[in-house]
Design a protein around this ligand. Structure first.
Ligand code: ZN
Length: 391
């Protein structure tokens, strides 16, 4: 058996990542199929079987597996990543956005950091484990999804099909600059619309002003602290009123007003409860005035957290230290991940560890540090060996 780290080839790893970056998968619309296909071809050539699952036309999840040879307590370790990227944005790029150009130890391009770098590193970990002849005790599974950047389409499909029901631990390869993130906030985007009754601006008593009602609601929101406990790594929840729209002109009583809210929640908070508190406040604001309201949930991603003293997290930190000389301390992530879909359903110990730079996600001239990308591959290999055992 060859040692896995010995066959890791920098040029090969770089050109694989470059080929994924050059394969456009901007979401919307997504069109991630070609990315899944590139990965499937690569794994097939290395003797790793992968299944393609079409979620929508042109949008394909991929599941690949190294089966366990002597299941240690039935362990199944899932490595998870998404294939889509955000759009290029309006700012101009110095580097070709879909070129995957390398310069001074970095690779540039949309998705290098978020998160084709993490995806490529996970896929190559499976490939190198197979090519080296390593026989794992438990199963290592890669789950690649579509649609993470918009609505978690692919992850919802994975849960619906039960494709992770037997998983015992999860690693999400979102950018952590090779740090150990053990928690992230939840995201709840809500559109609130209030309808009133129009009248001439000189006789407001004849109408119901929807802007007034919205003002009362937003005042309540500002003074309200949704019940929560401060999280040691994430702090407390936040609220941002992102947009507000309403009214026609100065001398008309506004019969409509809507606002969008971005609530970031902490572990322990229930989104259902937050929504019912919002509904109660709106009901009170509108009660016996003739105004009515509507609440629409635009995005709902649950908060995720694994205790720092969880044995899996302990093993991850220990692996990084012993095998790679990395001293990691648990941190919290600012963004949400596909784990928002998986963890509430499956209750898995979860680590977020990826080679990208969190600050470069969604930015022009997005880049990844090539050394950190290679270190990511080594970490994924080492963690699979440590958690699943080598026969
Ligand atoms: Zn991402």
């Amino acid at each position: 058996m060859q040692r896995v780290f010995d066959i890791l080839d920098r040029d090969e790893a770089v050109s694989f990542l470059q080929s994924l970056v050059q394969t456009e998968s901007i979401n919307p619309p997504g069109d991630e199929h070609a990315v899944a296909e590139k990965i499937e071809e690569r794994l097939a050539a290395a003797g790793v079987t992968a299944e393609m699952h079409e979620v929508q036309k042109g949008r394909t999840n991929l599941l690949a597996s190294l089966p366990g040879e002597a299941s240690i307590e039935g362990r199944v370790l899932v490595y998870s990543g998404h294939f889509d990227t955000v759009p290029l944005g309006n700012a101009s790029w110095e580097h070709e956005p879909l070129g995957g150009e390398s310069a001074k130890g970095r690779m540039y391009g949309r998705g290098t950091t978020d998160m084709k770098g993490g995806v490529a590193a996970m896929v190559l970990a499976l490939e190198y484990l197979r090519r080296s002849g390593t026989r794992l005790g438990g199963e290592l599974r890669f789950v690649g999804t579509v649609g993470e950047e918009v609505d978690g389409l692919g992850a919802h499909e994975v849960v619906k099909k039960g494709q992770m029901d037997d998983a015992t631990a999860l690693v999400v390869g979102e950018p952590s600059a090779n740090g150990a993130f053990v928690a992230h906030k939840g995201t709840l985007w809500v559109e609130v619309s209030i309808s009133g009754r129009t009248a001439h601006g000189s006789m407001p008593e004849n109408g119901v002003n929807a802007i007034d009602k919205m003002r009362h609601f937003l005042n309540w929101l500002e003074g309200h602290s949704f019940s929560h406990e401060e999280h040691p790594l994430l702090g407390g929840p936040t609220i941002n009123v992102g947009t507000i729209e309403g009214g026609v002109k100065a001398n008309v009583v506004a019969d409509g007003c809507s606002a969008t809210l971005d609530l970031r929640t902490v572990p322990g908070q229930s989104h259902e409860e937050v929504l019912s508190e919002i509904e109660r406040a709106l009901a009170e604001v509108c009660s016996s005035t003739g105004a009515s309201y509507e609440v629409r949930v635009v995005n709902d991603m649950a908060p995720v957290s694994t205790p720092e003293d969880d044995p899996f997290i302990g093993l991850c930190l220990d692996t990084a230290k012993r095998r790679l000389g990395q001293h990691l301390t648990p941190e919290g992530a600012k963004y949400y991940t596909d784990a928002s879909v998986y963890v509430p359903q499956l209750g898995l110990p979860t680590l977020i560890y990826g080679p990208g730079e969190p600050g470069m996600a969604h930015q022009p001239d997005e880049w990844i540090d090539v050394e950190k990308y290679l270190e990511g591959i080594r970490f994924y290999v080492a963690l699979a060996e440590e958690y699943l055992g080598v026969v």
